[in-house]
Design a protein around this ligand. Structure first.
Ligand code: UDP
Ligand code: MG
Length: 313
């Protein structure tokens, strides 16, 4: 019997991944020898995010063969962010690594990642250098999103960054200390800081099953990201307001003077209707922005749990 003085927890959020989980396990366990040689034991933490398929059963089957397999199973689908949070809480390891179940995060990279942790980095993050195999429209909007985030957020959010990350327990604790309800991990990882090594790799297609992200889900996710890590949209409302104040005052002066000088009257139905509609639109947009932040605030204040557990082992 070997004794290990360190543990690496592998956290895997799963939503309808009955096909991927066994493949994932088989592929990842291949790295076991490397870690055992380093005196590091592995621990698997599968988080079942309310799957409608046999994901739980598949994880239980793994557990029968391997005691190091753990499960947190949610009462319903709470989203990947909640699953990540639950996984971090459950992980007992001295190091933790976050991986997708679909093998888009290559396990073969684990030894290299661990190498950097050993050499003193607090965390090792990955980004894909291209978006091969992704619909062009999706890549286009993803790029715009990251471009925008760079401009309006002080927290670094890296384009192409995956959630595939290895980190020390200290970083894991830092992430868990952020108890917000609206969790945007890509921002949270950047916000906590620490020395991070970035590794790059080419995009890999998922091993089985299909992506859980529809275009609409991604759109909502990006709004989530903006709301969680930037207040610039509120500033934009303010700037718009001031700009239109000045413009309106200029128009007023122009109309008074031109009416006095030449008797010209610009107040016809057309100008009035268009300006009312235009200003109305701006006001509603600004209220919408304000409303979005208020709704986030509302959810935070309610202090609901990030997830609910149905069973775990
Ligand atoms: N996932 C999850 N909850 C969800 C959606 C996804 O736990 O509501 C998991 C999913 O099972 C996978 C990972 O998050 O392990 C990434 O999902 P996916 O592969 O669908 O996203 P993509 O790689 O296409 O961005
Ligand atoms: Mg995937």
């Amino acid at each position: 019997m070997n004794t290990f003085d360190k543990t690496l927890s592998i956290i895997v959020p799963c939503y309808n991944e009955e096909e991927s989980v066994p493949l994932f396990y088989a592929e990842t366990i291949k790295q076991e020898a490397f870690f055992h040689e380093k005196g590091v034991e592995l621990e698997f933490v599968f988080v079942n995010d309310g799957s409608k398929d046999k994901t739980v059963q598949v994880v239980k089957e793994l557990r029968e063969k391997d005691e190091r397999v753990h499960l947190v199973s949610f009462s319903r689908n709470f989203g990947k962010e909640a699953a990540i949070y639950a996984g971090f809480q459950k992980a007992k390891g001295d190091f933790v690594v976050l991986m997708d179940a679909d093998l888009q995060d290559p396990p073969a990279l684990l030894p290299e990642m661990y190498g950097y942790i050993e050499s003193g980095y607090d965390s090792v993050a990955t980004r894909r250098v291209n978006r091969k195999g992704e619909p062009p429209i999706r890549s286009f909007f993803a790029r715009r999103f990251y471009g925008l985030m760079r401009k309006i957020s002080t927290t670094e959010i890296v384009d192409g960054a995956r959630d595939y990350r290895m980190m020390t327990r200290q970083v894991r604790d830092a992430i868990l200390s952020m108890t917000e309800y609206n969790r945007f991990s890509k921002g949270i990882f950047g916000w906590v800081g620490f020395d991070t090594k970035w590794l790059e790799y080419e995009n890999i297609q998922r091993a089985a099953g299909e992506t859980k992200w529809s275009f609409w889900k991604l759109f909502k996710y990006s709004i989530e990201g903006i709301m969680a890590f930037s207040t610039v949209p509120l500033m934009i409302s303010l700037v718009l307001g001031i700009t239109f104040d000045i413009l309106g005052f200029g128009f007023l002066l122009f109309f008074i003077i031109s009416a006095a000088v030449s008797g010209f009257n610009a107040f016809n139905g057309g100008t009035i209707v268009s300006s009312v509609v235009f200003i109305g639109g701006i006001i509603l947009t600004c209220m919408g922005i304000l409303g979005l932040y208020t709704s986030k605030l509302y959810l935070e204040v309610k202090n609901r749990p990030v997830y609910l557990v149905k069973e775990e082992f």
